[in-house]
Design a protein around this ligand. Structure first.
Ligand code: NAD
Ligand code: FES
Length: 283
């Protein structure tokens, strides 16, 4: 069993969970994830390890309550335990010294971006962080990212914080100026965002790494649930990724596969008690 040390709501439908898992805390590298199994009947949920505290023996996970299983997971209070937490899984991020790196987080993808950006800064990169959300209350980890970023640039769709628009509007400004153009870009967030980022960097030949979040089941390369096409080749995100060269990813196929179970997910949500269902999105 894996005790839940704390469970805090940090933005609408977004929880920060700190879990006691000393072995995973010691072994994990930036970019890796775990598969969480809340109880015997629960679905397996892949979650990026956003941070770890080796001294305390804990890992930090961010969970967006969007479906039946994630809503049940975030309803577990501190003091209860998860049945299983398997990991660390996936390949760690390849951390290189690029010079200036733009790290881009869209919405809850910012939680996945955080450990990558931190590791890139630790090896001496100048990290320009761009984070975006629909509104100011959905901007997460800005202060934490500011601790090691040269700059944190914010974009909100309603203009309630930072520049009005998408993260790509901010990236466009960086690329347009020879003094700020990045040598590499790391992007994590919704599929349309990652696609838009790669479309923007491709003509400038800027190396762009994305973190993919397909449906996962076993997390060990056995089930094929997480298959993605990268450079015309079949890859399993759980063992070959989750990070890939964004210019080679077939994002349309990924978006299509992510919507496979949408109707079933909607039906399952109706089974939850009203108070456990996610708050309605503003957009
Ligand atoms: P969201 O839809 O509110 O978007 C967040 C921000 O991303 C937007 O404010 C905007 O700045 C940017 N964005 C979105 N669409 C864009 C587009 N077409 N062009 C340019 N920029 C765009 O995101 P959310 O609700 O916070 O996040 C949920 C999504 O993130 C889900 O689809 C989830 O699967 C995905 N996600 C991905 C990962 C990953 O590892 N890639 C991790 C967690 C969540
Ligand atoms: Fe089963 Fe990747 S989750 S192969």
């Amino acid at each position: 069993m894996f005790p839940i040390v704390s469970n805090d709501l940090i933005a609408p439908n977004l929880h920060r969970l700190v879990i006691q898992a000393p072995r995973v805390a010691r072994a994990r590298r930036p970019g890796q994830f775990v598969i969480v199994h809340a109880d015997k009947q629960a679905e397996r949920i892949p979650l990026t390890i956003a941070d770890a505290d080796i001294g305390q023996g804990t890992v930090t996970l961010f969970v967006q309550a969007v479906g039946y299983s994630t809503c049940r997971l975030v309803a577990l209070p501190a003091g209860t335990s998860l049945r299983d937490l398997a990991g660390p899984l996936g390949r760690p991020t390849e951390i290189a010294c690029w010079g200036r790196v733009a790290c881009i987080g869209g919405g809850v993808g910012t939680a996945v971006l955080y450990p990558l950006a931190k590791a890139l800064a630790e090896v001496g990169n100048q990290v320009i962080t761009i984070i975006g959300g629909r509104s100011a209350d959905l901007i997460i980890l800005a202060d934490e990212l500011a601790e090691f970023s040269a700059e944190v640039l914010i974009a909100t769709e309603d203009g309630s914080r930072g520049k009005q628009g998408f993260v790509t509007h901010v990236l466009q400004g960086l690329i347009a100026d020879p003094r700020s153009v990045p040598q590499a870009v790391y992007a994590v967030g919704p599929v349309p965002m990652m696609k838009a980022v790669t479309d923007m960097t491709r003509p400038h030949h800027i190396r762009t790494i994305v973190s993919l979040n397909p449906i996962m089941i076993d997390g060990t390369g056995m089930c094929g649930g997480c298959r993605v096409m990268v450079g015309g080749e079949l890859k399993f995100a759980c063992v070959d990724g989750p990070e890939f060269d964004g210019h080679l990813v077939d994002f349309d196929l990924l978006a299509d596969r992510l919507s496979t179970y949408r109707d079933e997910e909607c039906r399952m949500l109706q089974r939850l008690p009203e108070k456990q269902r996610p708050a309605a999105r503003k957009r």
